[in-house]
Write a protein that binds this ligand. Sequence first.
Ligand SMILES: [Zn+2]
Length: 308
Amino acid sequence: MTNFQCQINYQCPMTNWHFGKSSVPMVSKIEPLGIGKLEINLKLVIGYLTLACFLLCCSTAAAEDWKELKGEHFIVYYLDDREFASDVMTRAEQYYNTVASDLGYSRYDSFWQWDKRVKIYIYRTAEEFRKAAGISKEWPVGMARYKEKEIISYKWSAGFVESLLPHEITHLVFRDFVGDKNNIPLWLEEGVAVREEEGRRPGDIELVKKLVREKSYIAIELLTKMDIRNEPNAEAARKFYAEAVSIVNFLMEKYGVSRFTLFCRQLRDGRSIDEAISSVYTGYMGNMGDLEKRWVEYYEGEGVKWEN
Ligand SMILES: [Zn+2]
């Protein structure tokens, strides 16, 4: 994603949309999307990338065309490039370990083994992928489905393994942890996913520092209400994702990963975001307004560092 930093807004909104009809072997049925179904979109024409959650509904490849590689936590299905598929498998297994560790989830290992392995489908071309997904738009580059634990895309080189893969694996790991609760702010979910993309965070943090300096950031309360799925403004979308990752980054760096894990657990257990903040960050902040103050202070400060 580093190469896209300056020109692309990266979105992966939750959605209830679904497309097309199933005509294919790889997907068993059509059903409305749950909150964890994700799609990644690349809008080259206006230079921004959009991730959203969609339904996989059909395929152009016959079942017998698919070849598979089986790993400990993933099964990679590919059509023509074993080397690329093998690289995807290697990187996916690496991300599996780093993502769970980064999010503070211990004893996670058994979740994705055997019949619970995540399936990754790699189409040969963008056109083939879009046709398979029944998407008429020109810019989608991938999608994932939480409940089915599937990631679907096509070969787009480094962007696939460095950006799409860690992003979507993080969504799946995160949703494994918090379940399908609807009280999870989208900025939190996207923030953790974007944070795992390779090379992306520094650019987002720099943008947030600039927004904070110029006082042109989106207030966190407003951020929490934003429906990024329908956001037509590319600049607003860019801010949304940059702020999302910076808030997650701030919480982890300033107050520690274990407290952040606890915060997510509170949301998983049905607490509101203000309740979760006040119970986990007692003495530091008590609601979203306080969170915004502390977050702004953090990025106003000189020498803010991040780990990558
Ligand atoms: Zn996403």
